[in-house]
Design a protein. Structure first.
Length: 153
């Protein structure tokens, strides 16, 4: 059996419930909080406000929501709490998976920027909803945690 045939057969058989399935490894990677936040940032979904809150200017909101290239330092500033090592590792893994591209511009100092690929943009649409859900329902989750903790002590 040729390699292409093996890949075609494996594609039909992808099942993330199986421990050895490559789709489980991918699911593990894309469910990471830093991956979600990087995809949202590069997808233009990096406003500090809560989802569903109207922007003062509709044109500004559309422009802010457009995917854009960002420099490493911009991503680092936006993702509060991410270490340099974790950000670098996460960006490399996303580049390896074809979800973003890394562009080096020979300036002094060198400028490195990252941008979503079409594949990354398709995943961004899903991660954006996940981030929005988390922000929208955080008060409910905190109340549930408080009720749970009060009942278990």
């Amino acid at each position: 059996m040729k390699a292409a045939q093996k890949r075609a057969q494996a594609k039909v058989e992808y099942n993330a419930f199986l421990a050895a399935c490559p789709s489980r490894q991918l699911l593990d990677r894309i469910s990471d909080k830093w991956v979600v936040l990087i995809l949202c940032a590069l997808g233009g979904d990096n406003s500090a406000g809560r989802p569903g809150v109207a922007h003062a200017d509709a044109d500004a909101a559309t422009e802010a929501d457009a995917p854009k290239a960002m420099r490493y330092s911009e991503i680092s500033r936006l993702l509060a709490g991410v270490s340099q090592k974790m950000l670098t590792q996460t960006l490399r893994s996303l580049e390896r998976d074809g979800l973003l591209t890394r562009t080096v511009t020979p300036t002094v100092p060198v400028t490195v920027s990252y941008e979503l690929t079409d594949l990354g943009l398709s995943l961004h649409h899903m991660t954006r909803g996940l981030r929005s859900w988390a922000q929208t329902h955080m008060d409910d989750v905190l109340a549930n945690r408080e009720n749970y903790d009060a009942g278990t002590c």
